[in-house]
Design a protein around this ligand. Structure first.
Ligand code: C5P
Length: 294
């Protein structure tokens, strides 16, 4: 008997290098201007053909408490693609959950995008269908389809290629708390809401990480103050990252609570992660960006 074909994919962590909230739509969703990049860290997803059902198994350090039922975004993605493409085949998907959940680095969105990529190969579906399905699954799913530096506009569905990243290092730290994205947006609205500002002008590419960090100093993550007010440990996380050797910038990603630090090299970020682990029992990762790691 031949072994069934199994396909593998990595759902890389999405980092918002800046995130400006520029307005609010009548349906309550917020208009954003954000630069998303991807770190080497990620969940691993595999897909194996199955008769007619779509099944999901979840393993890995952050699998505890996650539902493997139809409300999981990975299965939602599978069902949406089956419906759109008229597929009757099934799949057995396995999600190795390495990234903390509800933590501002894509997580479920990256997993859903990864499932779409795998299933379009497994079921031989035209990949051109995927960008139509992605936004129906979540605001961050479209950007996670490409996993390359991308400027996100609208509510995250208008995507423009971002500048090429230099070789460099990134550190991620989550202080062990999950925060609710709607709660953070609600607090943002209660504390002033979107403010008028000029859109950042970015270069075509950055010469090095020092150049990248210096252009980011004119930007912010607008969700950081409301997130800190709901979860003050985020401030402690940001301060701990900022004091690590060679750290160029520390900031929160997405709606938090994961914070990141930028470093001149991947080795610097890796070494900084080891120092941070000596002092904190947090989830900590340090290494290269996804695009420069391959
Ligand atoms: O689309 P997603 O499920 O990722 O969004 C979660 C929640 O975050 C939304 O229900 C909404 O409250 C908030 N959100 C927003 N504006 C965005 C993205 C998300 O207000 N652009």
């Amino acid at each position: 008997m031949t072994k069934p074909l199994t396909l593998h994919d990595t759902a890389h962590a999405k980092i918002n290098l800046f995130l400006h909230v520029t307005g609010r739509r009548p349906d309550g969703y917020h208009l954003l201007d954000s630069l998303a990049v991807f770190a080497g860290a990620g969940d691993r997803i595999s897909a194996e053909k199955h008769d007619s059902e779509c099944l999901l198994s979840i393993t890995g350090p952050f699998s505890v408490g996650l539902s493997a039922s139809d409300d999981n975004l990975v299965l939602k993605a599978a069902h949406a693609l089956r419906q759109k493409a008229g597929i009757t085949q099934g799949v057995h998907l396995t999600l190795e959950k390495n990234l903390p959940v509800a933590s501002g680095i894509g997580g479920g969105s990256a997993d859903a995008a990864s499932a779409l990529r795998l299933l379009s190969t497994l079921w031989e579906v035209d990949p051109a269908l995927l960008p139509n399905i992605a936004p129906t699954l979540g605001a961050d799913v479209p950007v996670c389809l490409g996993q390359t530096p991308t400027r996100m506009l609208g509510i995250g569905e208008i995507l423009e290629a971002g500048p090429t990243l230099p070789e460099g290092g990134i550190l991620l730290a989550n202080p062990g708390i999950g925060v609710s994205t709607p709660d953070i947006f609600r607090r943002f609205s209660q504390t002033g809401g979107p403010q008028p500002r000029t859109a950042p002008i970015l270069p075509m590419h950055w010469e090095n990480m020092q150049h990248l960090a210096s252009t980011l100093t004119d930007t912010t993550n607008d969700l950081q103050p409301p997130a800190v007010s709901l979860a003050p440990i985020i401030n402690e996380t940001l301060a701990a990252i900022a004091t690590l050797p060679n750290c160029l910038l520390s900031r929160m990603s997405g709606s938090g609570a994961t914070c990141f630090g930028l470093f001149p090299t991947a080795e610097n970020a890796h070494a900084a992660a080891q120092i941070l682990r000596e002092h904190h029992n947090w989830w900590i990762w340090g290494g290269a960006f996804a695009s420069t790691e391959k």
